[in-house]
Write a protein that binds this ligand. Structure first.
Ligand code: FAD
Ligand code: NAD
Length: 477
């Protein structure tokens, strides 16, 4: 087999594997190198997203939501449940199977698209854009050197730990350990009430753990629209999550019987939290370890991300980088769009990725989703805007589903009526937000959505009603 490729991709997470497939579709000879190992030591492409991120977390969120529904919501439908129990090992086996199916799906797609997959660690060795860059791959059969005319770095991110509190994945858990707990802990602490903290905290709270979240910021979910964040905090607190904002961690100690966290609350009062297990979800850092950045002179920015321009070009000719290892939101779909766009740029096309229309979703119950600007961002920018909103309480489908929490909120320019942001908290927000993203990509006005026929009864009618609300003419509220 020849070791010369048009494109060598390092990392088979959503950024890397999608880029590899797109480049192969465009006629390139592509290699993709990924180091992730499954429990048997075999290849497990898909990166953080497939192995310890998006996919397993959603599998556990689904299992735990079924448990919650059976325990608390079925009775209203006349469905009696007795002897309800949760078998955590079975739930975890199901999660592992879902992950495995995704790993195998990617290997199948590589085969189908004639992408050559290498299981091992890739490292930049030298060369240049004209001769081709050399990449060493170290796998179970030793080291081999590949040469690529173009290189794409998609090595992702790794969890950030707190100083002096290393992850042991038994008591002090990163996202990896948080997804693999084998029995419901009595008490669970979470440091960082961001996306992972809320999703994982919800899973284990639904299954019976007493969950306490300690968040450094004085505001809850500061990136979300403030009205949505306020509703979310109310709902999560009502469900039983204990959330402390403005918390400052002063000391932590992991012992045989659990973890002790010393912290001061938002009034400066010293507090102690003792828990069986502690999830640390305080953000993630770019993964450039062992990449050979210093060997080839690849520039990293001050925060350790690979420095790229708007088109994902690094400082070195023919070397590109996408996904979590570069600036921008750490989201799988952002990584995918960037990966696809790089493959198309190499092929001479002119794709564009608009960060303003990248949707955000938090898969809690209620789900939270948004795209575009928040009301506080528009205020800060001095933009003149109108607001329309509609509660799910007034939506027939939501009532039939028995899930009327939350609302849809639409923000539109006061003069042009262009949609500037859509914010949803409530049932199926993750699916509903796609309509808003499409509308914004097409620079739609709120009137455009208001005039489009939406099927009845659907949750999507709430989006139309929020759009009508921008003009002060909701019909069902
Ligand atoms: P990664 O997915 O991290 O993949 C990088 C790959 O490169 C890995 O397989 C790694 O082993 C490999 N690699 C690294 N260095 C080398 C090397 N030198 N040689 C060979 N291989 C190497 N995002 C969402 O959009 N939706 C969600 O619901 C969501 N849920 C999440 C839940 C959790 C718990 C976590 C932790 C993250 C979640 N994310 C979610 C974020 C999402 O997982 C990341 O944004 C996404 O995986 C980034 O993709 P990537 O391709 O940049 O990197
Ligand atoms: P995050 O940035 O969402 O949340 C981290 C939280 O920890 C923040 O609220 C921050 O203020 C807080 N924090 C930081 N240091 C702290 C400290 N010392 N004490 C207390 N609180 C502290 O990060 P995450 O939840 O770790 O997730 C990592 C990445 O993974 C995110 O960028 C996210 O985009 C991605 N992710 C996405 C999804 C999704 O799309 N549904 C799900 C999970 C993860």
């Amino acid at each position: 087999m020849s070791s010369a490729f048009d494109l060598i991709v390092l990392g088979a997470g959503p950024g890397g594997y999608i880029a590899a497939i797109r480049a192969a579709q465009l006629g390139m000879k592509v290699a993709c190198i990924d180091a992730w190992r499954n429990a048997q030591g075999g290849p497990a492409p898909g990166g953080t997203c497939t192995n310890v991120g998006c996919i397993p977390s959603k599998a556990l969120l689904q299992s735990s939501e079924h448990f919650e529904q059976a325990g608390h919501a079925f009775a209203a439908h006349g469905i009696g449940v007795s002897g309800l129990s949760i078998d955590v090992p079975t739930m975890q086996q199901r999660k592992a199977l879902v992950v495995q199916q995704n790993n195998e799906g990617i290997l199948y797609l590589f085969k189908k698209n004639k992408v050559t997959f290498f299981h091992g660690r890739g490292m930049l060795k030298g060369g240049s854009g004209t001769e081709g860059w050399q990449v060493a791959v170290t796998g179970k059969d030793g080291e081999q050197t590949l040469v690529g005319k173009q290189i794409l770095l998609a090595t992702g991110s790794v969890p950030r730990s707190l100083p002096g509190l290393e992850f042991d994945e038994k008591q002090v858990l990163s996202n990896d350990g948080a997804l693999s707990i084998d029995a419901v802990p009595k008490t669970l602490g979470v440091i960082g009430a961001g996306v992972i903290g809320l999703e994982m905290g919800s899973v284990w709270r639904r299954l019976g753990a007493q969950v306490t979240l300690l968040e450094a910021q004085p505001e809850f979910l500061a990136a979300a629209d403030a009205q949505v964040a306020k509703e979310a905090l109310k709902q999560f607190t009502r469900q039983g999550l204990t959330i402390h904002l403005g918390a400052r961690i002063t000391a932590t100690k992991a012992g045989k019987s659990g973890v002790t966290v010393e912290w001061t609350d938002n009034k400066g009062v010293a507090q102690i939290l003792k828990v069986d297990k502690l999830i640390v979800s305080v953000g993630r850092k770019p993964n450039t370890d062992g990449l050979g950045a210093e060997v080839v002179g690849l520039t990293l920015d001050a925060r350790g991300f690979i420095a790229v321009d708007a088109d994902c070009r690094t400082n070195l000719p023919g070397i590109w980088a996408v996904g979590d290892v570069v600036r921008g939101p750490m989201l799988a779909h952002k990584a995918e769009e960037e990966g696809s766009a790089v493959a198309e740029r190499i092929a001479g096309q002119k794709p564009h990725v608009d960060f303003n229309t990248v949707p955000w979703v938090i898969y809690t119950a209620p789900e939270i989703a948004w795209v575009g600007q928040t009301e506080q961002q528009l205020k800060a920018a001095g933009r003149d805007y109108k607001v329309g909103s509609f509660p799910f309480m007034a939506n027939g489908r939501a009532r039939a589903l028995g899930d009327t929490t939350g609302f849809v909120k639409m923000l539109a320019d006061a003069k042009t009526d262009e949609i500037l942001g859509v914010h949803i908290i409530g049932p199926m927000a993750s699916e509903l937000i796609a309509e808003a993203a499409v509308a914004m990509e097409f620079k739609a006005s709120s009137e455009d959505i208001a005039r489009i026929c939406h099927a009845h009864p659907t949750l999507s009618e709430s989006l139309k009603e929020a759009a009508l609300g921008v003009a002060g003419r909701t019909l069902n509220f």
